[in-house]
Design a protein around this ligand. Structure first.
Ligand code: DC
Length: 224
């Protein structure tokens, strides 16, 4: 019997472009592992803030992350993020983390730690990994690379719904997304960039199911 190879799938794109939901559902459909690398950078940001270190202090921020244990576990088909044994899945999705994460994501020492850990997690294949630098840096040999984009309006509306409990206005959310995208695109180490061999998927007017179906179709074409 010909068992299809377990592919490595990289999904990159700007903030709130719907990568995580799509990647999670796609992984479920394929029976693959889903790895949300943004959650790992969020946990690294929390590690630095919890230790009372200024995120701008790159040397000590890097040391704090090196001394922390960040891990992810799938529990009841949901990814949970752990920091030093504590489930911080909820604590990493706050405006405070959003405000501080760009500085952490620019820290070269921290990126090295994150990239090495992500590459280890993907070693066996059968993974859907989403982030900013997956197709370019973490998994440059991924079998399928997708670059997801969506209008700023669509992205801000989605984030507004996700973070309803934090009472931010649509404009505040738009400003934060644009600020983070700018920082992500303009850092020298692992910037947000479409890999040359990535397929672009504009999901401004697509439902989640449509997005998952489109990528699932691409996967099946590759396996066939
Ligand atoms: O995917 P997200 O919005 O949860 O990611 C949060 C931040 O983490 C994002 O603004 C940039 C950073 N990030 C990164 O630099 N590289 C990745 N592979 C994933 C996220």
């Amino acid at each position: 019997m010909n068992i299809p190879k377990k592919l490595s799938i990289a999904i990159d794109g700007p903030a709130a472009s719907g990568k995580s939901t799509t990647a999670r559902l796609l992984a479920k459909k394929l029976g693959y592992i889903y790895i949300d690398t943004g959650a790992m950078y969020r946990a690294a940001t929390l590690a630095v803030l919890k230790k009372g270190i200024n995120p701008e202090d790159s040397k000590n921020a890097g040391k704090a992350v090196a001394e922390s244990e960040i891990s992810i576990k799938i529990i009841l088909q949901e990814q949970h993020t752990f920091l030093d044994g504590e489930d911080v899945s909820k604590k990493i999705r706050t405006p405070e983390i959003d405000r501080n994460i760009s500085v952490i994501a620019t820290n070269t020492d921290i990126r090295k730690i994150m990239v090495a850990q992500q590459q280890r997690l993907a070693e066996q294949g059968g993974v859907v990994m989403d982030g900013r630098d997956i197709g370019t840096v973490v998994l440059p040999d991924a079998d399928l690379k997708v670059f997801m984009i969506a209008s700023i309006e669509a992205r801000a509306q989605r984030r507004l719904q996700d973070q309803a409990e934090h009472n931010l206005t649509l404009q505040e959310i738009k400003d934060d997304i644009e600020r983070r995208d700018f920082a992500d695109m303009n850092r020298s180490d692992g910037p947000l960039k479409k890999a040359e061999d990535a397929r672009e998927l504009d999901n401004s007017n697509l439902s989640i199911d449509d997005q998952v179906d489109q990528i699932y179709k691409w996967v099946n074409e590759l396996i066939a």
